[in-house]
Design a protein around this ligand. Structure first.
Ligand SMILES: O=C(O)[C@@H](O)[C@@H](O)[C@H](O)[C@H](O)CO
Ligand SMILES: [Fe+2]
Length: 362
């Protein structure tokens, strides 16, 4: 397991590279040009600038999250081909700075959705919260205003330019079905996966968060069966998954451990995160400790260890603790605590394995 930590860039993150490098076992940053609008080709000088900053502190930049996908690609509009060409050129540039994995998602309009960014937990910390009733039969622009205002720094996938023309986007998606999304995703994969293969890069789609349709918009990266269908859409080792336990875990019917064992060869990148799911379908994010939420985090680490997982791992989100002011879900303290929980579970398993090997050398 290769631990990495998401960083939003100089002046765009409350966490510094010097702090990140002091978290035990973190080898690299998970980065992106977050102010580069979806669909645009990334400028090489900006990419090289990130590389130079990471080099200075000895962190690698193997994982990009995300090169966002333009809505016209998801919609299957004729204009998609230009945006796909730009995407391809960005892949080729990222290969020049030795990027190994590119994360992305195929959610219409919104990236991850929450209804309250600072919901209080029993211990007085706050966390990201999703209230189902606030996303059914409501006007999404109200939620966007709340989120953008409270988000202080913009949230991944909630770029102002994308949300500025919300009404026209919803109009474009009127009548778009899950089958349309599948077809358009297949078209996109057929164009980019051969490029990723040639450049030694694995594409890793992130599941939908939450993993069900919202505001009447279709979502397809939601379940084990759909992830299986996705992998067959373009059957290549370069077509992989960012298995996010927090996103998929918001639906308790999703068996994350089973997914790890089934898709083990197609998970270049994992987000290990806990959520506590309530009976009415609402959920709140919690510490990484299994006991604090609904997701069997210790079991997930064991499943990856049993499979000899050699991919990249990040703790995804954390709570806001000790009064930290930070990007929603992206504070230093609780993500660092999360990493130490993951390392503790992993190292205990590794010790048992090595002792077993000593007793019975193969
Ligand atoms: O929840 C998060 O913060 C991330 O896991 C997602 O925003 C993720 O970066 C995107 O959906 C992947 O494109
Ligand atoms: Fe995630």
């Amino acid at each position: 397991m290769r631990m990495v930590f998401r960083w939003f860039g100089e002046g765009n993150d409350t966490v510094s590279l010097d702090q990140i490098r002091q978290i035990p076992g973190v080898e690299g940053i998970v980065w992106a040009l977050h102010d580069s609008p979806a669909g645009e080709e990334w400028p090489m000088d900006r990419i090289l600038n990130i590389r130079d900053q990471a080099d200075r502190v000895g962190l690698h930049l193997d994982v990009v999250e995300s090169v966002n996908v333009h809505e016209d690609i998801k919609l299957g509009l004729p204009t998609r081909d230009q945006y796909i060409s730009n995407y391809i050129r960005t892949i080729e540039k990222l290969a020049q700075v030795s990027v190994k994995v590119i994360c992305y998602n195929f959610m219409p309009v919104f990236d991850w959705v929450r209804t309250n960014l600072y919901k209080e937990l029993e211990d007085g910390s706050t966390a990201l919260f999703f209230e189902k009733a606030k996303t059914t039969d409501v006007d999404p622009s109200e939620l966007v205003r709340t989120i953008i205002n409270n988000g202080e720094l913009s949230m991944p996938g909630w770029e102002p330019e994308r949300l500025a023309h919300l009404a026209s986007l919803f109009e474009l998606y009127r009548g778009i079905t899950e089958d349309d999304l599948w077809r358009n995703l297949g078209y996109f994969l057929d164009a980019i996966i051969p490029v990723a293969e040639r450049n030694g890069i694995q594409m890793a789609i992130h599941p939908d968060d939450p993993p069900w349709p919202i505001f009447g918009l279709p979502r397809i990266m939601t379940s084990q069966a759909n992830l299986r269908r996705f992998l067959r859409l373009h059957d290549s080792p370069a077509n992989g998954i960012t298995l996010c336990s927090g996103s998929l875990g918001a639906n308790p019917n999703n068996d994350i451990l089973s997914m790890i064992h089934e898709f083990k060869d197609r998970i270049p990148f994992t987000h290990i995160r806990n959520v506590r799911v309530f009976d009415n379908g609402d959920f709140i994010e919690t510490s990484h400790r299994s006991q604090d939420g609904t997701v069997d985090i210790a079991g997930i680490v064991k499943a990856y260890h049993d499979e000899g997982f050699r991919g990249y791992c990040r703790p995804d989100h954390g709570r806001h603790i000790w009064g930290e002011k930070c990007r929603p879900g992206y504070g230093l303290y609780d993500r660092a605590l999360g990493i130490m929980y993951l390392w503790g579970a992993w190292d205990a398993l590794e010790r048992v394995r090595l002792q077993g090997e000593k007793r019975n050398p193969s």
